[in-house]
Write a new protein. Structure first.
Lengths: 763, 190
């Protein structure tokens, strides 16, 4: 009993970047040490959750290999030789380097590379503030893994983040008749926010179909599994649409009201027909073919009634077709036979799948970043959204419960009102900025909560071409990660039990990631580091000296949904009260008159005019399937015949938890290879194999399994890069093999690399 | 006596290992060979017609536990009050000494030995200390998928039914393990 008395319970939350899960954690504290963790309560008990990652967080906090004090590099970059220095000395080195570099190249040559924004509010804001005060460069990781999403969805729906919105009412526990889980594996990547609901939906009768090149855990729970070749999703989408059109299963009314499907497109120029093309009064108006009067009409956005969606028309000598007709024609090329050939999916299954989608009243398309991280991933996403659009499933699919509640960075961003803020470079363009100085040279980088070398494409290029161009590298870290080894200066940061922050998840809650123990060793929070550094740089600001608590209080005071910060702090979690569930695009669908979609036409763009204007055949206005330099039928496949996937893994959130022994023993890291491919190569389950291409070579055990498509292999991302003298990575870092190029529409194709597998040479 | 037992919903389990990790965390078990809760993956078929299921394996706290009978040191005890099977580490003479007949007798390999000299037997103790505090076992508490429950076996059977077998798990009429299942089976047909 006395043992009980000595234990204090503190509620906090796990901020690991597991998509949008964020588990509440109840920490048992004895003296100054956390001894155990349990799942914490939520206002709605159905939100109570934990996963194996959050549960083993103490193994990160109390890991013997934590970086304990600031360290300065003494050997060559990557050699791992460092010596202990004081914080004072560390700041001195930073200030000296920043001064020299900014005098020579300007402040904008200094960049802040920040990891996923799921990473929290204060620590993210800390650096945005510094970037803003110094007018240096913020390198945004947004768009790296998920570039295909904004590019794919912005043009069709006008909204960038469909992985938030495609989840639909699903997050509000309103389950549809049919759930299409397309290229995402929530059982491992989002176990709580999505997978638990997936299982609940199934139990009340939702039919679930999973589309994935792997027979994932999620697939194992589905009513139907569709295994397809990576990157062929748009072909499958077109094949599905073809059946839907042929069987007249499309929602004409929805298409007329909410999409630009009826607008006429000129055959000669490929552009949308406008009033001015034939000297009509309404010059900019779009034009339709009016069914009843059998004549063309210029229209405003909301009076597209009785328009023809199909056919071929001549207006004042200009040959035209409705946009939908173009989609129908494109889709008609994707017969079940041809679609089967491209995708590897059985043709009867394609027909069955299409009919099921077309005949279901309500379908939710649950998708995430799997296929948008393929070459032309943006087009794949547009394909899936097109299926949702022609079947009228946009409100159900593209609706949301997500509120970016506490991700309010304004207190940081408006560091100096009326002055320009920081410069921006997307992480996609960082390689060019560093290596070739375009659009401007970057000479120093500060990496915070990102394991850049390990988690960004083409590790060997980063080592050989990227790092050598940098004059100064700082890394704030908990561990000597592969990236930290290449830093000139390593600063020890707090684990999440050692500082406070807000988590905007899980919907509809805000949680406090509450400081449970004092920072261990000489570690500091990113906020503290940034504030101290700004003083050393001689930059003064009213927020100087602010603590986590001050900042969180400031953010709370500007929000109407956090009535009292102190109460929130005491409870650790706040369920946001909402008058009605937030459903995105609800207004656009229910009251289109007053609510255009944020696209050029104000409607869902089945035919995207902006893309047409770009005149780039690789970014067509209608989502068309195309191969690419590393697709399975590319010339390179003769040398490297296997398609590589780099999926998420249950024991890691990206590269976090890789070094926790408990995690290493459950389901050890391995390359998944189909039995037939393994046999061809003389590989047996558990054999050590090399996975390689022109970019590099990794050596890890093989998992020989029927759970992956023949011709496809999987190396889950996040295992730590660990090269030998020959540069062979024994850690199994997937990004040794990935391509840092990005596809024309912007998608980074971490899931589109060709590789070969062979038995490792005998030791 | 009210025999305690587990319920396992094989249709919901995603093989995430959270139960196994929660167990290790709560009972301070280091990484290594000792696992009071184990998770087994079962994979069958040929792509794309594949079947995957997971099975959890704690101690089944049998009604007639074979381990109790074979222990030469009488170190394994079945509690009268709730049927939980516990090992007295003070009494256990160690695996090198006795050869570990408890492990040989258990069809489910529940007895666990660390890889050290003369390791003493340890296994799932049904979180009896948590139960005494009115809490659930840590594996049930942690399961993200609500695939697990624990409590008096009669109550579990009343709530979930009394199916005694699941994919990968065979019931023993002789030992009467205290588990009830919602099994997942492979429906190969369309």
């Amino acid at each position: 009993m006395s043992k009980e008395e000595r234990v204090k319970l503190v509620r906090t939350a796990c901020p690991a970047h597991c998509g949008i899960d964020a588990c509440g954690i109840l920490a048992h504290v004895k003296g100054d040490r956390i001894v155990k963790l349990e799942p914490a309560e939520f206002p709605d008990e159905r939100d109570k959750r934990i996963c194996l990652r959050g549960l083993t967080s103490l193994d990160i906090t109390y890991h013997p290999n934590r970086i304990k004090y600031p360290m300065k590099r003494v050997g060559k970059r990557g050699e791992g030789k460092f010596e202990r220095i004081s914080w004072e000395k560390a700041y001195e080195i930073i200030v000296k380097n920043f001064r020299e570099i900014s005098e020579k190249y300007g402040w904008k040559s200094i960049g802040w590379v920040l990891g996923g924004p799921g990473a929290g509010t204060t620590k993210f804001g800390a650096y945005l503030r510094l970037a803003s005060l110094t007018q240096s460069t913020r390198v945004s990781a947004w768009g790296y893994g998920d570039a295909g999403l904004p590019c794919g969805s912005r043009v069709i729906l006008g909204h960038q983040f469909p992985y938030i919105h495609l989840h639909g009412e699903f997050w509000q526990r309103k389950y549809p008749e049919l759930l299409m889980v397309w290229a995402t594996n929530p059982a491992e990547s989002m176990p709580l926010q999505n997978m638990r609901k997936f299982m609940d939906a199934k139990e009340i009768g939702t039919q679930v179909i999973v589309v994935d090149p792997r027979f994932t855990v999620t697939a194992s729970k589905a009513d139907e599994y569709i295994g397809l070749y990576p990157g062929t999703d748009s072909a499958l989408a077109l094949g599905i649409m073809n059946i839907i059109f042929q069987n007249d299963l499309y929602d004409k009314e929805f298409i007329l009201d909410h999409t630009n499907g009826a607008y006429l497109v000129r055959i000669d120029t490929g552009k949308m027909l406008r009033g001015k093309d034939f000297n009509a009064k309404r010059e900019d108006a779009y034009v339709i073919w009016h069914e009843k009067s059998n004549s063309h009409q210029t229209v405003s956005r909301t009076n597209v009634k009785e328009a023809n969606l199909t056919g071929n028309y001549t207006i004042e000598g200009i040959e035209c077709k409705p946009a939908l007709q173009l989609l129908i024609e494109l889709a008609s090329e994707y017969t079940p036979e041809r679609t089967a050939e491209i995708t590897g999916v059985d043709k009867d299954l394609i027909i069955k799948l299409a009919k099921r989608i077309g005949n279901s009243k309500k379908v939710v398309f649950l998708t995430h970043m799997g296929f948008t991280r393929t070459y032309h991933g943006d087009i794949s996403l547009r394909g899936v959204i097109s299926v949702a659009a022609i079947t009228g499933n946009i409100t159900t699919s593209v609706s949301s419960g997500y509120i970016p509640a506490a991700l309010n960075w304004n207190p940081f961003l408006k560091a100096i009102p009326d002055k320009p803020s920081f410069h921006r470079i997307g992480i996609l363009n960082l390689y060019d900025a560093v290596i070739s100085g375009k659009p401007y040279p970057i000479k120093a980088l500060w990496f915070a909560f990102i394991n850049f070398l390990n988690q960004c494409a083409n590790a060997n290029k980063i080592i050989k071409e990227f790092y050598p161009k940098l004059d100064f590298i700082v890394q704030t870290e908990l561990f000597m990660t592969p990236s930290a080894r290449y830093a000139d200066l390593i600063l020890p940061v707090c684990s999440f039990f050692e500082f406070s922050d807000f988590m905007a998840q899980p919907y509809p809650n805000i949680q406090l990631q509450q400081k449970v123990i004092e920072p261990l060793y000489e570690s500091k929070s990113d906020l503290e580091i940034s504030i101290e550094l700004s003083k050393k740089l001689g930059i003064s600001h009213p927020m100087d000296g602010a603590t986590d608590d001050d900042i969180l209080r400031l953010i709370s005071s500007r929000r109407s949904d956090i009535p009292d910060y102190d109460v929130m702090k005491q409870d650790g979690v706040l369920k946001i009260k909402m008058e009605a569930p937030v459903v995105s695009f609800k207004e656009q669908i229910e009251d289109p008159e007053n609510n255009p979609f944020p696209t050029l036409s104000g409607k869902i763009e089945i035919f995207c005019e902006h893309l047409e204007e770009m005149q780039n055949p690789l970014i067509p206005p209608i989502p068309k399937y195309m191969g690419h330099p590393e697709s399975y039928d590319a010339p390179l496949a003769a040398k490297y015949p296997l398609q590589l996937l780099t999926t998420h893994y249950k024991t890691r959130a990206h590269s976090i938890w890789h070094n926790v022994p408990w995690m290493r023993e459950v389901d050890p890291h391995a390359v998944w290879i189909n039995t037939s491919d393994a046999k061809e190569r003389g590989v047996q389950d558990g054999d050590l194999v090399d996975v390689y291409n022109d970019r590099g070579r990794i050596r890890i055990p093989a998992k020989v399994t029927e759970r992956i498509m023949p011709g496809v292999v999987n190396v889950s991302e996040g295992a730590w890069y660990d090269p030998d003298d020959q540069g062979v990575d024994h850690g199994g870092c997937a990004n040794v093999l990935t391509n840092d190029d990005h596809s024309p529409g912007g998608a980074v194709h971490l899931n589109s690399s060709l590789v070969q597998v062979e038995l490792a040479p005998p030791r | 006596m009210s025999q305690m037992g587990f319920y396992f919903d094989q249709t919901r389990c995603t093989g995430c290992y959270t139960c196994a990790v929660a167990c290790k965390d709560w009972h301070d078990l280091p990484a290594g060979s000792v696992n009071w809760m184990r998770v087994q993956a079962i994979e069958k078929g040929t792509f794309p017609n594949v079947f995957v299921a997971y099975l959890i394996l704690p101690c089944c706290h049998c009604e007639n536990p074979p381990c109790v009978k074979v222990c030469p040191a009488d170190a394994i005890l079945k509690r009268e009050s709730d049927g939980i099977v516990l090992v007295d580490q003070e009494k256990c003479v160690g695996q090198d000494e006795c050869g570990g007949p408890c492990l040989k007798a258990c069809p489910w390999d529940a007895p666990q030995f660390d890889q050290v000299d003369n390791a003493k037997m340890q296994k799932c103790n049904f979180c009896h200390e948590r139960l005494e505090n009115g809490q659930q076992t840590i594996c049930v508490e942690a399961c993200p998928m609500y695939a697990l429950d624990a409590g008096p076996l009669k109550d579990l059977q009343a709530k979930y039914g009394d199916i005694t077998e699941a994919e990968g798990y065979k019931y023993s009429e002789k030992f009467k393990p205290s588990l009830t299942f919602k099994p997942k089976h492979w429906d190969k047909g369309d």
